[in-house]
Write a protein that binds this ligand. Structure first.
Ligand code: GLU
Length: 284
């Protein structure tokens, strides 16, 4: 029996419930941990993956689907779990809703510049990391004052709510910047463009994507700091699936698919992306 592909998240869940009741069997092979409902090879089932829709190079909605490094990583991993690209349902994740999407079962997986942190590990599981980014700062091209985090003292600084980026500067580094939280980074870019904020801070991958999309408009400060270990977010209790995802990540780097995806995303930009194979954490 095949279930028609239904594009909305709720539709997908309904389709799954229908599939299970119609078959009279809960064959959800290919899946792992707790709360994992979709899964299995073939059979028309789908996997729902949260990615960003506004971050050039990483997850950007173009035409009728998202594209970028995270999307390629997610597609590769889904393939290893037994899902063809047609069986992937994309959902827009924002920095602030990644945990709740996983907790509420809105998505099966998050691949959205999602740094592994101890705080987040209290409510969700992570496979990976599949990439290790660093943090940086983006300013308008004509801004010469800001050359590093210390220069943000007293400046208006934008980041996305739900991210770690601004807290890394204000709380961890103790720099007294005036925070302006936006819903996502493209909103921060608009605020930077119209002068409402002095700088945007987040991962260098994200800032590089925006800088490349708008040549000559912004300047990447290029003083990278910290370590942002990108994990694949999974619902809490997904140890088995975490192991499957880690195996997929390891293979993706071994086969060269990770570098290929990075090259595709950033090859034509100035961004000097990290080419070192990340060491995945043990699943907990
Ligand atoms: N990687 C950082 C985080 O997960 C910032 C990027 C983002 O908000 O997606 O908080």
């Amino acid at each position: 029996m095949r279930v028609r592909r239904i594009s909305s998240i709720l539709g997908g869940t309904a389709a799954l419930a229908f599939a299970l009741s119609a078959c009279g069997t809960a064959d959800v092979g290919g899946g792992g941990g707790g709360g994992d409902e979709s899964g299995g090879e073939g059979g028309g089932e789908t996997i729902t993956i949260g990615v960003k829709y506004d971050q050039p190079g990483l997850g950007l909605y173009e035409g009728d689907a998202p594209v970028g490094f995270d999307v390629d990583v997610a597609t590769y991993i889904a393939g290893e779990l037994g899902y063809s690209p047609e069986q992937i349902e994309w959902a827009e994740a924002a920095s602030a809703n990644r945990e709740s999407f996983l907790q509420q079962g809105t998505v099966d997986m998050v691949v959205a510049t999602y740094s592994i942190t101890d705080e987040r590990r209290e409510v969700v599981d992570f496979a990976g990391p599949y990439y290790v980014a660093q943090q940086d700062i983006l300013v308008n091209a004509d801004n010469e004052d800001i050359q590093g985090p210390d220069d943000l003292e007293g400046k208006v600084l934008c980041s996305a709510s739900g991210s770690r980026s601004a807290h890394n500067i204000v709380d961890d580094m103790g720099i007294d910047a005036e925070l302006r939280e936006a819903g996502n980074y493209s909103e921060c870019l608009s605020l930077l463009g119209n002068g409402a904020v002095d700088a945007v801070t987040t991962d260098n991958t994200i800032l590089a994507g925006f800088a490349a999309q708008n040549p000559g408009t912004y300047r990447m400060v290029n003083d990278p700091f910290g370590e942002e270990r990108y994990g694949v977010g999974l619902p809490a209790g997904s140890t088995e699936r975490c192991e499957e995802v880690n195996a997929a990540i390891t293979k993706m780097w071994e086969e060269g698919a990770a570098i290929e995806a990075l090259e595709k995303a950033f090859g034509e930009t100035d961004f000097d992306y990290e080419e070192t194979t990340p060491e995945v954490d043990a699943c907990q």
